[in-house]
Design a protein around this ligand. Structure first.
Ligand SMILES: [Zn+2]
Length: 506
């Protein structure tokens, strides 16, 4: 089964002037200038001058949550608490008797920055179970009917009269999900992966963990990725000390959202200095250094990737210290071969940058976080002061030091979109932390494969996996790539090919 894609602008490092690409089975067989003898007997697809890039890889998603958010009440544009309550009331009228799930509220810029109260949600929802996740999905507001579904929520750690964090949040999320029709959840999960295909995404990394979902949900997400007409799914299971279980579940790593700390938005990211807007608070540490080290050692001995969610500087430093300690126990070469990875790794102190490179740690980062929350007036500056916030997400210095960067969305925290990540990284609030378009595109494509230890994908060259995307670019190309600066229209995905099979055409 061979297909020649011709009349295209192929973004290939080995053949910069390439206009055609031959795909045989699931691999790229040839890339070069258009001439028919390359393709005797092949199907021919004329791409009409479109741009071809490697398919995007979203290196940090929660697929079921994404599907639920797509179907749930979208609160990302709510500018006040009453906007949120109106949206809940509308949904209660539209779908009476159903649990109401909403996503994306952010009280930071509201006139009165107070989350919706339980009594308000009871009224707006007409007595329905309501679960509304804050934008960072580390805090949620819930109604009394949701609390009735699991009496354990109100006595769990992190419960504060209808506002849930930590364990109380995990339980509340579980109760909301349990109230949904399983068939509906299956449909939404599939739609979420299909929506990735429509965006030119050829693979996603699913971050499963017991505090987010159960093993059945994780298995269902991995099974979707094994279907031939959908993007690939690469799974990570974030449960401390459960190396064998991660392997049994089909995960390629015992890491991902194995949380050392929380988020800056919810003031649970662990800081060495306190929060500027909450004196005396320094966030949470969920795991100690000895446990973190033992986990990395066990993974290294099993030849499996380890990893942690870490955002605040103290949590990031602990994650790096754990990998360094594992290198002393197991050997640096063994640790580097595992390519352990850190999620978010936002407050990375400059002196840890070379240490990440030395230990061969991959950084799974979310450029959209800087776009949303960076800058002198952003949420990060509020939480940390503008000076400390200015050091966050130093992509440029990380890339210069040779650290493997993989871009992700943390969807549904921010929407899946490869070009959006490229735009955010090239337009980082701090100019010294920016990447150029070529570097950013590599982090959004090949970086995701390499962060999962797949080295024969993400580049349009012979022998590589034939997962690529075809784009209509509205403006001119700059150095062979689209100009994705703020204010420009993003490229439109015309076709997504995964392992040689077209999974989306539009
Ligand atoms: Zn996550």
């Amino acid at each position: 089964m061979a297909t020649l894609y011709r009349n295209a602008r192929v973004h290939s490092p080995t053949e910069p002037a390439a206009t055609a690409m031959l795909v045989v089975g699931d691999r790229i067989a040839w890339v070069g200038a258009d001439h028919p003898s390359a393709a005797a007997g092949a199907d021919i697809v004329d791409l009409g001058g479109a741009l071809v890039t490697p398919a995007f890889v979203d290196a940090h998603v929660h697929l079921t949550e994404t599907g639920l958010a797509m179907d749930g009440v979208d609160l990302t544009s709510a500018t006040s608490r009453s906007d949120v309550l109106d949206a809940v009331a509308r949904r209660a009228r539209q779908r009476p008797g159903e649990v109401i799930m909403g996503f994306g509220w952010d009280e930071g810029a509201w006139p009165e920055p107070r989350p919706p109260a339980r009594a308000e949600l009871d009224r707006a929802g007409g007595g329905a179970p309501v679960y509304l996740a804050r934008v960072d999905v580390h805090t949620a507001a819930v109604s009394s009917a949701l609390l009735d579904a699991d009496p354990g929520i109100a006595v769990a750690d992190g419960y504060d009269d209808g506002l849930v964090r930590r364990d109380a949040h995990h339980r509340a999320r579980g109760a909301a999900r349990a109230a949904l029709d399983p068939e509906r959840v299956r449909t939404l999960r599939r739609e979420a992966l299909l929506s990735a295909a429509k965006l030119g995404i050829g693979a996603v990394h699913e971050m499963g963990a017991p505090h987010i979902s159960d093993a059945d949900d994780f298995a269902a997400v991995l099974a979707l990725g094994a279907e031939p007409d959908l993007p690939d799914v690469i799974g990570y299971w974030g449960e401390l000390h459960q190396v064998e279980r991660a392997r049994q579940l089909g995960a390629v790593g015992a890491g991902g959202d194995l949380n050392l700390d929380g988020s800056l938005g919810s003031r649970s990211a662990r800081l060495s200095d306190g929060y500027a807007d909450a004196p005396g608070e320094r966030g949470m540490l969920y795991v100690g250094l000895d446990d973190a080290t033992a986990h990395v050692v066990a993974c290294t001995r099993a030849g499996l990737q380890a990893g942690f969610h870490c955002i605040g500087d103290e949590a990031v430093a602990m994650a790096v210290a754990a990998v360094a300690a594992a290198a002393r126990h197991c050997g640096l070469a063994e640790v580097r071969a595992c390519r352990h990875r850190l999620e978010h790794v936002e407050m990375l102190a400059p002196d840890l940058v070379p240490e990440l490179a030395r230990l061969g740690i991959a950084a799974s980062v979310q450029p959209s976080f800087d776009e949303l929350w960076g800058g002198p007036d952003g949420m990060y500056a509020q939480r940390l002061t503008p000076e400390r916030a200015g050091g966050l997400n130093p992509f440029g210095p990380m890339a210069d030091a040779g650290i493997l960067l993989a871009f992700g969305s943390d969807s549904p925290v921010t929407p899946m979109s490869g070009w959006q990540a490229v735009r955010a990284a090239t337009g980082h609030h701090a100019p010294e932390h920016r990447l150029n378009t070529r570097e950013a595109l590599a982090a959004a494509t090949r970086g995701g494969w390499r962060a999962a230890r797949v080295d024969d994908a993400g580049v349009l060259a012979p022998g590589m996996l034939a997962s690529f995307a075809v784009w209509d670019v509205p403006g001119d190309l700059v150095d062979g790539l689209p100009d994705v600066a703020a204010g420009t229209d993003p490229p439109h995905c015309r076709r997504t090919v995964v392992r040689g099979r077209t999974v989306w055409e539009g």
